[in-house]
Design a binder for this molecule. Sequence first.
Ligand code: SR1
Ligand code: MG
Length: 408
Amino acid sequence: MSLEDQVWTADDAISFVKRQGIYAEAERLQAVEIGDGNLNYVFRIQSADRDKGVIVKKAVPFLRVVGETWPLTEERASIEAAALRFQNEVASGYVPEVYAYNPDDHAIAMEDLSDLEVMRSALIKGEHFPLFTKHAAEFLARTLFWSSDRSGKITEKKERAAAMVNPQLCEITERLILSEPFYDAPGNRIEGGLEEDVEKLWGDTEVIDTVFSLKDKFMSCGQALVHGDLHTGSIMVDQAQTRMIDPEFAFYGPIGFDPGLLFANLVLNMIHHEVLGHSPSYREYLLAAVEDIWTRFTDEFCELWRVTSYDGVFHNDRTEHSYILGVLQDTCGYAGCEMIRRTIGLASVADLADIQEEKARIAAKKASLVIGSDLIKLSSRAESIDEFVAVAKSLDISPVVTPSGTER
Ligand code: SR1
Ligand code: MG
């Protein structure tokens, strides 16, 4: 049987939720495959008798977007279930509830969030979410603090870290975010018109050497249980709620990786609106969000650190400042890598790829490469989040189409 024959049908997903006791055998159910991600198959199960459905996420033994030429362990489902359960414990309300996980099926049944929108699509439409910064900051502070050594839960941390070793998914990140976009790798997708920009990036020794350090830290610094893929496609929102989904890349890594990916994707969305000549106030909204998330996240992290007081004399203004500064610098660096890989690497994002007008799309990608490299360089000297925002604002990204859609 080929690996692709192991993909579930809608009936398989229905039989799974019944076996897990979520629905009675006699209940009439419908299932549709709704997954649009790169890795897994996702089914929405609905019963004629209940309003709310159930989501079934099934890991297959290969990377969905590539096929069976890229085999991948199905154990990622156990990492995802464990990460969701931990995150729900310490940051309740910010992740979908897990109803069941079965290690033999490599499948999770979880809360249906179909009433919410994927944040990337909502931001492309120019929507505003007044509670998002508070929610994102609380999720970051609580999950990263309570999984870190700073919480004093040092035995639990080591046990969890051992259970959450995630070598294959980390390798995807090591390749796709922290290696291949920085040399002429076959998987890259470099659009015509970017050749000179890409050559310049690859020839920039400061960028290359800094990416080496960021990659080394990603591979060796188990500070906290990071979500590992916190881009805006991993966030569901509405005006009242924010949920972080899809933590199959979770592992013990550098804290700055999560805010780094999140901020990069907000800046990519900013570029999208800039090149299309949309209202400049949206740029201010997105950059204010970066600043607000950072401030709230670090304030709550430090408050939890003070109250928990595991570090005793070692927790003082000096150590607090240098710890948070290290996280800030990593945040800048990983944000830069994420922007670059979303521009020329294997997995793009709609904020760039779905810009229809070629000139505007190329202008957006050029801007992303410059801001991405500047953020990588900033990572060795950043002192405050204002510098991150200043780099994101530093380019004059002139609109390539007028708001009415006519090319200039
Ligand atoms: C080929 S997998 C590409 C990307 O999809 C996931 O969502 C991660 O971001 C990964 O890097
Ligand atoms: Mg995902």
